[in-house]
Design a protein around this ligand. Structure first.
Ligand SMILES: [Zn+2]
Length: 139
């Protein structure tokens, strides 16, 4: 029942037309997302290579080992952030295929193009994002 309502609401948006993102902007965002995704994949690959290199360093004194552990922890955190962003980009690309791109996942309102330009994989409008940050559910 509620699913049908959401569908009708989107249909209304496309009938109104003028505020809907045009194909050219959408294509542009797709390009930005794909380029960003490539960058992230390259970074991830480089981090993996760095780790493989560290494993081969066998003779180290304790201080070096502590340094190396710190670097490994840091690398894991960076990789987590990169992997998460790749996943968000994949979700955004999936939304483009479904025609849901640029719609806030929380309130169903359109996310302004200005915000998408700053963060093309944004899932929420600024208002919902602010509210979530206040509640502490998004860090
Ligand atoms: Zn929202």
């Amino acid at each position: 029942m509620s699913g049908k309502f959401v569908g009708d609401k989107h249909l209304l948006f496309s009938l109104e037309g003028e505020d809907l993102m045009d194909t050219k902007s959408l294509e542009n965002f797709r390009k930005i997302l794909l380029e960003r995704r490539m960058e992230l994949q390259t970074d991830l690959q480089r981090k993996s290579n760095e780790e493989a290199g560290q494993d081969r360093l066998e003779t180290m004194d304790t201080a070096d080992q502590a340094d190396s552990n710190y670097t490994a922890d840091y690398n894991i955190k960076i990789k987590e952030i990169l992997v998460r962003e790749v996943r968000e980009i994949d979700e955004a690309l999936e939304k483009m295929r479904n025609g849901d791109y640029g719609i806030c996942e929380s309130c169903d309102e359109e996310i302004p193009e200005g915000r998408l330009k700053a963060r093309p994989n944004a899932r929420f409008c600024i208002r919902c994002k602010d509210e979530m940050e206040k509640r502490g559910s998004v860090k």
